[in-house]
Design a protein around this ligand. Structure first.
Ligand code: FAD
Ligand code: NAD
Ligand code: SF4
Ligand code: FES
Length: 801
């Protein structure tokens, strides 16, 4: 039987989750087409706040990459909007004039930021905070301007304010009401929150109504109803959202605030459904993912002809994603005549808890400063548990807390992942049934942890508790070393999420078994920190011995000195200096290396800095997990076969990337014709001149794991070669595991996946920006050692006992 045609408008979080659920229910029922206005595959919009706050990158927030669509035979059209549809003839039409017919249609169009319709709102420098492009606007702005004003002191506004502060801007939040987050917090919690955010450097203008945006072409300030003003170079509007319902309304589908749906997410039009923020169910258009994912399950079951009770509406719980702020609220916020409140306020420790009770049931809670009880209170609230037998203390604190770990005493039905509605029981069952051993595997099977990510530590604890003795051994397989059970991915996620900034801090916060770490994790953590933070101050003590010394230690305890010879090209002057040094210090071996330079071997430690000073040449990093050499052939200037300037390009590449930290050593080669004298086919990046351009090969390796490079592109100019090398190198830096060569990395990641990321304009721009920032942090290490007595004394003096 022919598959039915399912078309979805919108490629966002709720819609794609519905598709995932449909594929889970019945992968063979539908031929699926998705249209997405944004140019990206499905990404985690929630994490835009963390991207803005500098804790993660756009690459890391992709939920389903291009390959996923391909693997599931989903036709995806990105950067393309549906602008019209015909409900009778059952087709949609896009802004690229593409017409696609459907049997079933899903609206998953999400919302748009509400912009205050006041004079000046069209000026440059005004943005919402909804998508990757808004995020980029803010990041770019922060590089040129100083004063940011965020209008709206709700969840979005405060997360934006924190992000802009982290980006170095001076941030003011303009709020209409007397209290921040007035929909989620009461006055006490709101005041505590404001004090904390002020402490973190954010200013507030409360009870201000903006009436005009001033400035010429670009915003220069805001004017308020009371006549006061504030300067602004950037204005972020975060005053709420409006469901995208216009297209549905335009063709006569019933809509109110959102597109009206019944309990099966069906609109009033045959075979047309709506889901996510664009949908209105029983009068509510939700703006958090938890209810949207519940809708996704119901919709999937319904259109796969499985039985379902239907969507009944949701109670939602809220958390703010700002470091240093721990708050939670759910249900009713303010006491009423028929509610009784349990309140605990500890000003000294900055803790506030309020639970509202009506008819022996919890109907609302606000927690600030300590939110460990949030999941239990949320369960009591949503399950309408009878609490008549409980004391106020036992409502706020579970019994037996001291004896048992939280996860051990947690009942199976307790919710672990609020975003995805996954309980402890479901996780434990999945661990047993599918032999899961990592947090990510649990996520892939149950969805737990795939949204805001706050529940990941608890999932880890459940894994540990459930697997007992087998936990360690199973985790060790991918742990970065024996000091931890955490994998590279988990460590990097934690560094970003917790803002960890140095090796010791990572070990402390992530409960390293060995306080000092080991020779495996010290350099790996130093590398990951340097990869996450472009301005990272390298921790020399954490490095491997050769990198610590900036010279390779030899088997007899002496060292080698290999100065940089860009592109393997040298001069008579440099050769003279090398000869003089070799004679003066009686260097036992002077040898041409495989990377086309000259190495001095057998140097005593105490002579290293003197030799470097006399050579006055940069370090060749022959010891480093970094760019080693760019081997070149003589090229068109001298060789009769040469069609390109291989030496010129090689030297330019080496000068650009020298000193950059990479997961493992990185080599390049440039040949000026396919005879390939520079052996570019066995380099991490190999470039071969052809008529009218260059072929680019990647992931070649001439070492123990011999591998020929894969041809990725043929380009016309050297600028294109340099740009490719830049983004490739940076993407490898960001996703490679420490000590993983590109040959292994490319096989693990898949060359096609890598190409897709590198071909994405936005990703490319961001990768280049991060690479440039990182390259700016390096100093010449030999020069530093010569000029710095402390370094000289610490590393290069002979110790006598
Ligand atoms: C910065 C930020 C932080 C957030 N933090 C949290 C949080 O911590 N917890 C939480 O639960 N929620 C959070 N949210 C809200 C959450 O991200 C949304 O509820 C969720 O993304 C909504 O999913 P959706 O699929 O309905 O809409 P979206 O994810 O917005 O997807 C809709 C997509 O449809 C596209 N589209 C619209 N019209 C068309 C058309 N005509 N043709 C083609 N494509 C179209 C849009 O471009 C968009 O890509 C946050 C939101 C933001 C912006
Ligand atoms: N951590 C999270 O869960 C999280 C984070 C970000 C966004 N979101 C979601 O994104 C959506 C948008 O968030 P939001 O904060 O924009 O919406 P919101 O409606 O929650 O908050 C908007 C805030 O702006 C204030 N406001 C309204 N008009 C104003 C004006 N003219 N001047 C100054 N202040 C004004 C309101 O008083 C309100 O507090 C929501 O659905 C939210 O749930 C959630
Ligand atoms: S690669 Fe080509 S140009 Fe370069 S030296 Fe060999 S033959 Fe000559
Ligand atoms: S609670 Fe948000 S992903 Fe689990």
């Amino acid at each position: 039987m022919d598959k039915q045609k399912l078309v979805m408008i919108g490629n966002g979080m709720a819609g794609v989750r519905a598709i995932e659920e449909i594929l889970r229910e019945n992968p063979n029922l539908y031929d699926i087409t998705i249209f997405g206005q944004e140019p990206h595959p499905n990404y985690n919009r929630i994490q835009l706040s963390t991207v803005l706050q500098g804790d993660t990158t756009v690459n890391d927030i992709i939920l389903n990459d291009w390959k996923w669509y391909e693997n599931n035979n989903i036709r995806l059209f990105t950067g393309e909007s549906v602008i019209d549809l015909d409900l009778k003839k059952k087709y949609v039409r896009t802004d690229k004039d593409r017409v696609v017919v459907y049997d079933k249609l899903i609206f998953a169009t999400g919302s748009s930021p509400l912009m205050i319709p006041i004079p000046g709102v069209e000026k440059q420098g005004i943005t919402g905070f909804r998508d990757i492009s808004d995020c980029e606007t803010m990041i770019n702005c922060s590089e040129q301007y100083k004063n940011a004003v965020v209008i709206g002191g709700g969840l979005l506004g405060l997360e934006a304010a924190k992000g802009l502060t982290n980006l170095g801007m001076s941030v003011k939040v303009v709020h209409l009401m007397p209290y921040l987050m007035e929909r989620q917090l009461d006055a006490t919690a709101s005041t505590m929150l404001k004090q904390e955010l002020e402490r973190q450097g954010i200013s507030f203008l409360m009870e201000k109504q903006t009436v005009e945006i001033t400035g010429e072409k670009r915003v220069s300030g805001l004017r308020f109803k009371d006549g006061s003003t504030v300067d602004a170079d950037l204005v972020v509007m975060a005053i709420g959202i409006l469901p995208n319902k216009a297209l549905a309304e335009q063709v006569g589908i019933d809509a109110n605030r959102g597109i009206i749906v019944n309990d099966f997410m069906k609109t009033n039009s045959k075979d047309v459904y709506a889901i996510g923020e664009c949908a209105e169910h029983r009068g509510i258009a939700y703006g958090l993912v938890a209810p949207l994912y519940e809708q996704a399950k119901v919709l999937a079951k319904h259109i796969c002809n499985k039985e379902t009770e239907g969507y009944q509406g949701s109670v939602t719980g809220t958390q703010l994603k700002v470091a240093g702020v721990d708050l939670y609220s759910a249900g009713e916020i303010e006491s009423g005549p028929d509610t009784k409140a349990i309140r605990v306020e500890n000003e000294y420790e900055g803790v506030y808890k309020k639970v509202l009770i009506r008819d022996n049931q919890v109907v609302g809670t606000v927690l600030y400063g300590e939110t460990a009880e949030s999941t239990r209170l949320f369960r009591m609230l949503t399950q309408k548990e009878d609490i008549s037998q409980m004391t106020s203390l036992s409502i706020l604190q579970p019994a037996g807390e001291a004896e048992e770990s939280d996860v051990a005493s947690m009942p199976d039905e307790e919710l672990v992942c609020g975003c995805n509605g996954v309980s402890k029981g479901t996780i434990v069952e999945a661990i047993h049934a599918q032999n899961l051993t990592t947090v990510n595997e649990v996520g892939a099977c149950t969805n737990a942890g795939r949204s805001c990510g706050r529940c990941k530590p608890m999932i880890g604890e459940i894994l540990e508790h459930t697997l007992g003795d087998s936990f360690d051994s199973s985790q060790q397989k991918e742990a970065i070393c024996g000091c931890t059970t955490l994998s590279r991915e988990e460590v990097v996620t934690e560094i970003r999420a917790k803002g960890l900034t140095n090796v010791k801090e990572v070990m402390n916060v992530l409960d390293w078994e060995n306080d000092e770490g080991c020779s495996k994790c010290n350099p790996a953590l130093n590398y990951y920190l340097g990869m996450v933070y472009p301005e990272y101050k390298d921790e020399r003590v954490a490095r491997l011995v050769n990198e610590k010394m900036h010279a390779n230690i030899q088997k007899d305890g002496t060292y080698s000195v290999v100065p940089r010879m860009y592109g393997g090209v040298t001069t008579a002057e440099d050769l003279k200096k090398l000869a003089e040094v070799a004679t003066k210090y009686d260097v036992p071996l002077v040898k041409l290396t495989g990377g086309q330079r000259i190495g001095l071997f057998g140097i005593k430690k105490e002579n290293l800095t003197a030799i470097w000073e006399e050579l006055d040449m940069p370090s060749g990093y022959a010891y480093g997990k970094t760019l080693r050499t760019v081997k070149t052939c003589v090229g068109k200037t001298f060789c009769r076969f040469g069609t390109q300037d291989s030496m010129g390009l090689g030297i330019e590449l080496e000068k650009k990337f020298e000193r950059i930290d990479t997961p493992h050593k990185f080599k390049m080669g440039v040949s000026a014709c396919p005879r390939n004298c520079a052996e570019a086919g066995i380099k991490d990046i190999g470039i071969v001149g052809v008529d009218g351009g260059w072929e680019i090969y990647v992931a070649g390796n001439g070492g123990t794991d011999l591998r020929a490079g894969d041809l990725v592109y043929t380009v016309k100019t050297k600028e294109e070669v340099i740009e490719f090398a830049s983004v490739f190198l940076q993407y490898y830096r960001e996703t490679g595991t420490y000590l993983e060569r590109t040959s292994k990395w490319v096989e693990r990641m898949g060359l096609e996946n890598i190409k897709k990321v590198l071909e994405d304009e936005t990703q490319r721009t961001l990768l280049l920006e991060r690479l440039d920032k990182t390259l700016a942090r390096y100093n010449e290490p030999w020069k530093e050692a010569i000029e710095n007595d402390e370094i000289k004394e610490k590393y290069y003096q002979v110790t006598t006992y």
